[in-house]
Design a protein around this ligand. Structure first.
Ligand SMILES: [Zn+2]
Length: 305
């Protein structure tokens, strides 16, 4: 089962999916962003053509990774899902300093996990809309700050109790390996851990270590760097037999809160318009593309239990 903003679907209904994108983000510190800071009608107007362009490309699902405090808006997403016909997933969990409400620092991992488990069971706020995964952040590079270690502990608890996958913004291999050590010490099932921004690390030995432990590798900044770099990385990871643990996405979008008209929105279409043709030209077959973009997102996001 996979939980979308319009309710649960079966794993094989997800279809071709982009596992890391954004519809709306407002980088406002200390949890001060509110719904009054943007106009949902305008956001819908600006973002709908981008979602329709995806639908026209044969994509069926978009995983919206904007966490609480940064503009997570389940009702906005439900509206866009209805009009566009795309499956959309939202999340529970907390991001990182300075984008955390002050109360987060006062809470134990258990208390944080309780709030996320409640959202998974009862829905987010009054919306009744349930999260499809747990979105957290661990590090922008280097060691995990204490608050992010607490958030990781909370995510492991909430994942074990809800069956939701953990998607963790983690820049660089050092932070990823530290997280791996923490997960192993806790006996956490690493197949429920998605290393978000795994393409921030160049050394594929790190990717292999993470994958051997069961983690998913999310190559999700397609379009932000020269395409050949991403093609090289994807082919290198595939040459190490990691086809069953690789996810591809853009980390694109989004309506930028506070900028006129939402600012410049990056399209969600580079993967299928540009990178896939390049990979096919370099010898990848269509069956592998389908595994990476259909089978893998469904396996990574399937809610256990
Ligand atoms: Zn992102």
């Amino acid at each position: 089962m996979i939980q979308t903003v319009l309710g649960p679907i079966s794993d094989n209904q997800l279809g071709r999916a982009l596992p890391h994108e954004h519809v709306l983000v407002g980088f406002v510190p200390d949890g001060r962003l509110t719904r009054a800071d943007y106009d949902t009608d305008e956001v819908t107007r600006v973002m709908l053509p981008h979602l329709k362009a995806l639908k026209a490309q044969g994509v069926h699902a978009l995983v919206e990774c904007t966490p609480a405090f940064l503009g997570r808006d389940p009702e906005l997403l439900a509206g866009l899902s209805r009009i566009s016909g795309l499956h959309i997933l939202t999340n529970t969990g907390y991001y990182q300093a300075p984008y955390l409400a002050p109360f987060v620092y006062e809470r134990t991992a258990r208390q944080l996990a309780d709030a996320w488990v409640l959202e998974a069971r009862e829905g987010i706020g009054e919306s009744g809309i349930k999260p499809g995964f747990i979105k957290i952040a661990l590090s922008n590079g280097g060691p995990l700050p204490p608050i992010q270690r607490t958030i990781l502990q909370a995510a492991m608890m909430a994942s074990e109790e809800t069956g939701l996958a953990v998607m963790a913004h983690t820049i660089g291999g050092e932070a990823a390996l530290e997280a791996l050590g923490i997960m192993r010490a806790a006996n956490f099932d690493c197949t429920r851990f998605i290393w978000t921004h795994a393409d921030s690390e160049a050394d594929t030995a790190v990717h292999r270590r993470m994958a051997q432990a069961g983690c998913w590798l999310s190559v999700d900044s397609i379009g932000w760097r020269p395409l050949q770099e991403h093609a090289d990385l994807v082919l290198a990871l595939l040459s190490h037999g990691l086809e069953g643990q690789l996810l591809l996405s853009h980390d694109a979008g989004w309506y930028h809160v506070g900028e006129p008209g939402g600012g410049e929105v990056k399209p969600f279409t580079v993967l299928f318009h540009q990178l896939v043709p390049l990979l096919l030209a370099r010898g990848l077959d269509q069956a592998a593309v389908d595994r990476l973009t259909i089978a893998n997102p469904a396996r990574a996001l399937a809610q256990k239990g």
